[in-house]
Design a binder for this molecule. Sequence first.
Ligand SMILES: [Zn+2]
Length: 120
Amino acid sequence: MTSTPPIPATEEVRLASLLRQAPLEFARVVYGLNDRASGRAGTMAAEEVARTVRQGVPVTRERAEQRARAYLPVAGHEHCPRCWVFNGIKSPLHFREASDDRPETAICKVCGAEYTSSLE
Ligand SMILES: [Zn+2]
């Protein structure tokens, strides 16, 4: 019985998994706006929207959609999909290496988002 070491995520996998997050973050914006509009301010998505608005950035469905479409992470300088879609800011992601029981993770120190570098 030999255990195979985890395969490090390639840059391709990293970028592809981040790209898949942008539309999901856009969906969170939509949920957040809907929740706020119907008085459910306590949901996670609504709180993300509220946090962004407190920073002085208006959150609209149209802007978030445009940004989600325009999200383009650059190898070696990947930025956080959530900060980008919600806020239009480029927060650098920090990568935590894969271990035996989990794949590589990208972490945003600005908003606390965590993304897995995996196409599963
Ligand atoms: Zn972020």
